[in-house]
Write a protein that binds this ligand. Sequence first.
Ligand code: SAH
Length: 208
Amino acid sequence: MTSQRTRDRLITLLEQHGIKNKELLNVLRKIPRHLFMDQALASRSYENTALPIGYGQTISQPYTVARMTELLLENGTPNKVLEIGTGSGYQAAVLGAFVKELHTVEIIDALYRQSRDLLYQLGYRNIRTHHNDGKMGWAEKAPYEAIIVTAAPEIIPDSLLQQLSTGGQLIIPVGKQNNPQKLLTIIKRADSSFQTIEHETVQFVPLV
Ligand code: SAH
């Protein structure tokens, strides 16, 4: 079921779980999540759950996408953002509704191609997809006001910190494989030191 009523139910659930940003809730209401996954699973696409997208990867749980986006938008809408781990392209689509320029990097070629084509078909012209190892970030367009990582490393890659602008924030799950990971916001201060804010635990596939 991909009806508007099914979608609205998900939005109500996200609100009940504490997502407050109305603009974000409206964007989530509109984006066709069922197009970002295998059609065999489309009937489950408005459940609040992560689902397989092939190649051992998953489309993130809607609540997690909403939560990370809400954190990213907390201190105003950034212009230029980098996402590591394009996957299905769903998180990219959500961000693409807000930011002027989104760069997103995916390491698996087939997923990179799929999401690139889908995001283009859906009309996004402000999202640039790249096929690369995202641990190195995307230096060509650095610095970024925000970097969001949707796969979990055990250690924060230094190049991501380097590619933040002053006042910029990195939103990243950190922790061991198969364990719950800590969701962190790391802010780059004017003196180039970093401030870390810890949020709840999350469950992501590993950053390889
Ligand atoms: N944001 C995605 C979540 C996908 S799961 C979505 O909305 O669907 C995480 C993705 O990160 C997977 O597609 C995986 O292949 C990718 N990934 C893992 N390690 C990576 C790396 N080093 N560089 C770039 N992408 C990586």
